[in-house]
Design a protein around this ligand. Sequence first.
Ligand code: DX5
Ligand code: ZN
Length: 234
Amino acid sequence: MLVSVCMAHARIELAPSVLACNFSRLGEEVRAVEQGGADVIHVDVMDGRFVPNISIGIPVVEALRKATRLPLDVHLMIDRPEQYVEEFVRAGASRVLVHQEATPHLDRALGLIRESGAEAGAAINPATPVVMLTEVLDKVDTVLVMSVNPGFGGQKFIPGAFEKIRQLNQWRARYNGAFRIEVDGGVDAEHVAELAQAGANTFVAGTSVFHTPDPAAAARQLRKLATEALSQKV
Ligand code: DX5
Ligand code: ZN
């Protein structure tokens, strides 16, 4: 039983974050990483309130939906995200991730995402312990562990994420959970193998993919490192 649970979660996904793209060439950049084997496109939405930065919104999600066949992983770094869930799903979000810290109604927000037809994800900031999510673990398709304080690309990875991922991985195995574990912030070739071994499935990578001479090759390499690390795990 335990073996089949582990197998079910062995899948690795590389999710390039378009926040680090050259926005004047958004479609081309996304197609390049698609060629490089990206599994998901990560889209960072920021409101200038929940996080101290403003990024992109619904029209960009609509444009991305037309530019790629890959699932769109829409990370809402906005206050009271439940107010916008349906619009983002209509715009083309395949997955919607909301922050535990951004709403007193996390359970409702997650329910709304699924009712709207998307996969639901709950995200936690570096200062939030994983225990804050225990009551919703059966209602999520993804748990997103932030390994930087959300708001900006290009920040340094915070190692506290490792222990959180290990804990989530244990709970998942113990309770036969079916959620993915996603990690976001400062993910690069240095950390990706250890993160995969800790139990992470979905790797968000902005700077380490798009701020390189060949984003497709960078995506391919990160995905390979994660996959190999997992197959080496005993
Ligand atoms: C940070 C965002 C991340 C960001 C990651 O607030 O949620 O998705 O784009 O970028 P890097 O990989 O550069 O840390
Ligand atoms: Zn993100």
